[in-house]
Design a protein around this ligand. Structure first.
Ligand code: FEO
Length: 395
């Protein structure tokens, strides 16, 4: 397999994971890529590795343009194994190369691998390494996505190699956003942010302001997953989307997510949907029996209202709803108005547990409604009235 030149003497030497359908709990129907970049300058520099089982693909692409004996630097932007899995093999082939990373990256590499004999060059934000006709500089971005995460900027080419930031779990023939339907790339970028980076909005804001403090003039964002954003228009599109998501802004939109055993909670979900529609609010309804939790979270990201419905099973929250709540708790969506609803047979109370999750997340306002067995029309009307007041109190 061959390297692909993305800018003069800068090559994509990553790997395409066409068959990936799951990424630690996140549904990835479009696969993913692990992008790595090789800068062919006086001091040849590799930026990032790939997942361990794709090592051969990366090595083969690298071999098409470089002799491993000539590799001077191996920049490790992030130690999570989807980007560092091939690094031990690369270091075997190029033991003379220096690993360039920040202190947290060095410590994480030492914790994951046998780094005996590896030479480290530890950098911090703003440090510059001259690699010949180019300079590369760094922006540490802790918690985007791990404490070790950082980005590498190629000054003369105005390329930001952003690792997890601005990525998408999307695998296709194209390498550039411009060569794929923009709405599909953007949908994947949003889903990626929602399911990987949502808890780190403050860190994302810090990274964006760090890039502006360093006065990075970015003409290309080359992430380590998915397609490359090239040209000011695309770069600004993804930068401003991250600014919006990181601030926790939301649209006048409701997400109704539920599961059901005998149709009672489904009836409540239907009623909820109708009330939001009648109020002129965009509403999306998901049954967790057929929808993956990560697809729901993509819509929760920018929804103003989140309604979660559960049946009661053995006096507990229904397991698929409990799984969704655990996932949502970890991703910490903010600034929401939450409504818990559901049904029970003989012991009420689980809906209040759902509400508690919303309260613990610090949501702006939360309410709850539960009904014994199947709700009849008078109960549905009572529920609808509570929802109408819930919506009205905002307007
Ligand atoms: Fe793509 Fe945090 O790894």
């Amino acid at each position: 397999m061959k390297a692909v030149e993305i800018k003069k003497d800068i090559y994509w030497v990553g790997a395409k994971d066409w068959n990936l359908r799951e990424f630690h709990g996140y549904n990835t129907p479009d696969g993913s890529t692990y992008n790595a970049y090789l800068i062919m300058d006086k001091n040849i520099t590799l930026v990032d590795g790939v997942k361990h089982y794709m090592t051969e693909e990366q090595l083969s692409r690298m071999k098409s343009v470089v002799d491993f004996n000539e590799l001077k630097y191996v920049v490790v932007n992030h130690v999570e194994q989807d980007h560092s899995g091939s690094i031990p093999q690369i270091m075997k082939l190029a033991p003379q190369a220096e690993i360039v990373t920040n202190m947290a990256g060095k410590q994480a590499l030492e914790a994951h691998y046998d780094t005996t004999g590896w030479n480290f060059k530890v950098i911090k934000t703003g440090d510059v390494i001259n690699i010949g006709s180019r300079n590369i500089t760094f922006l540490t971005t802790p918690m985007l996505h791990w404490p070790d995460s950082m980005m590498t900027y190629v000054v003369e080419d105005k390329v930001l190699m952003s690792n997890d930031g601005f990525g998408q779990h999307l695998c296709c023939e194209a390498l550039f956003v411009k060569d794929y339907p923009n709405d599909l790339v953007f949908k994947n970028a949003k889903s990626y942010y929602a399911n990987i980076l949502m808890p780190f909005g403050k860190q994302a804001q810090k990274a964006l302001s760090g890039a502006s403090e360093l006065k990075l003039d970015i003409d290309m964002i080359a992430p380590s997953h998915g397609l490359i954003w090239s040209g000011k228009e695309e770069v600004n599109q993804i930068l401003s989307a991250y600014g919006y998501w990181a601030e926790g802004k939301s649209e006048n939109k409701a997400v109704v997510v539920y599961d059901t055993m005998w149709g009672a909670t489904a009836k409540l979900a239907e009623t909820a949907m109708a009330e939001f529609q009648d109020a002129g609010i965009n509403v999306i309804k998901y049954n967790l029996g057929i929808t993956h939790i990560s697809d729901v979270m993509t819509e929760v990201l920018d929804a103003k209202y989140v309604l979660v419905g559960t049946p009661t099973l053995n006096n507990q929250i229904f397991p698929r709803v409990a799984g969704f709540l655990t996932y949502m708790k970890g991703l910490q969506p903010q600034n929401k108005k939450g409504f818990a609803f559901g049904s029970y047979g003989w012991k009420p109370g689980v809906v209040m547990e759902v509400k508690k999750v919303m309260d613990d997340l610090g949501w702006i306002k939360t309410e709850a409604f539960e009904e014994k067995y199947t709700p009849k029309s008078d109960v549905l009307e009572k529920f609808a009235l509570q929802l109408r007041n819930f919506i009205k109190s905002d307007n």
